[in-house]
Write a protein that binds this ligand. Structure first.
Ligand SMILES: [Zn+2]
Ligand SMILES: [Zn+2]
Length: 348
């Protein structure tokens, strides 16, 4: 995917941004004025921003109501460089991240219940407002997550989306230390899911579609590797006693459907991989053993903080490939190819 260069504006325009100017358009490297924060916003000097498959919503115009041009990016790591007058609790020079959950209205019924993740008018970083594919971005104060010291910017980025997605799904899965937990898919989400599941003390079964992934899965912390191409993965899980949780990360509804019978009694099948196709399950599959299927959606900024602090504590790290900001188009194409190992990150 080519990156198109657009001529600079005549006046001094001191920062670089990678924007999409229309649905289906290419990435354009443009110069923009450094923006000034509003009263309850901070300005972040972006250091790194992960390239996520969900950026396809911006690139292809698949999210309702996006205003173009738009700068994507919701795996942002950087430094607070300016603050609005009403911002408290944060300071200039502090390292912060912004993930998918880019703010809430604080007034809807879910916010009044304190359930910000389910806000009826949520803001998404890089969709509702310009995200991290630029040198400076503005973020509402409620979108900020503090980044711990020992985590690099490029490593923090993917933890703010892929990381918190798998961390939250697993910590709320109901599985206890020692329980069998399966992670389906060894990719951008799965390679983090395996690490978190291992650090949570689960017996981890990694499920991939290639024998070659076995050694990597074990290195990441899997106790067992199941090749779903050559074996019936659900049967293999039953031989191990049945899984208390299965984290389904690969965006393949057929593969997910085939795995449900791998759950043990009261086991939970947790869906985080996004595919447009239906998952097939019969009532009896759920009734026998009282098994459940549940979706799990990223997390709030405080969930992201928990994720990063836990990663610092336990050594969980994303595997990344980095590209400079002006190669945003190539970085996006690499992510889309599915060949990256495993998260693509832009560095500024
Ligand atoms: Zn994402
Ligand atoms: Zn709300």
């Amino acid at each position: 995917m080519a990156t198109m260069r657009v001529a600079a504006a005549p006046q001094v325009a001191p920062m670089m941004a990678a924007q999409i100017s229309k649905p289906g358009g290419e990435f354009e490297i443009v110069e923009r004025e450094i923006p000034e924060p509003g009263a309850r916003q901070v300005r972040i000097r972006v250091q790194a921003c992960g390239v996520c498959h969900s950026d396809v919503f911006v690139k292809e115009g698949l999210w309702p109501g996006i205003q173009y041009p738009r700068v994507p990016g919701h795996e942002v790591a950087g430094i607070i460089d300016e603050m609005g007058a009403e911002v408290t609790g944060w300071k200039k020079g502090q390292r912060v991240g912004v993930g998918w959950h880019g703010g809430q209205d604080n007034t809807c019924v879910e916010c009044r219940r304190g359930r910000f993740l389910y806000c009826r008018n949520p803001k998404v970083a890089g969709i509702s407002y310009d995200g991290g594919y630029q040198q400076y971005m503005l973020a509402p104060v409620e979108a900020l997550a503090a980044i711990p010291n020992t985590l690099s910017d490029a490593e923090a980025g993917p933890l703010l989306c892929a990381g918190v997605t798998t961390f939250n799904a697993l910590r709320h899965s109901g599985a206890s230390p020692g329980d069998l937990v399966a992670v389906q898919g060894i990719g951008g989400l799965g390679h983090l899911g395996i690490q978190f599941a291992n650090r949570f003390g689960f017996k981890v079964a990694a499920i991939g579609r290639d024998a070659e992934n076995a050694s990597l899965a074990k290195k990441l912390g899997a106790n067992v590797y199941i090749d779903s191409k050559t074996t019936n993965a659900a049967e293999e899980l039953q031989k191990l006693g049945g899984a208390q949780a299965i984290l389904a990360t690969a965006p393949n509804s057929k593969a997910m459907s085939e795995l449900i019978d791998g759950l043990g009694p009261t086991g939970k099948f947790i869906v985080v991989g996004i595919s447009p196709d239906p998952i097939a399950v019969t009532p009896l599959q759920l009734i026998s053993g009282e098994r459940a299927i549940q979706g799990s959606a990223v997390g709030t900024p405080t969930d992201s903080e928990d994720t990063m602090n836990f990663a610092e504590l336990t050594g969980v790290r994303p595997m990344i490939e980095t590209y400079p900001l002006d190669k945003a188009g190539e970085a996006y194409a690499r992510m889309l190819s599915g060949k990256a190992e495993f998260r693509v990150v832009l560095t500024m």
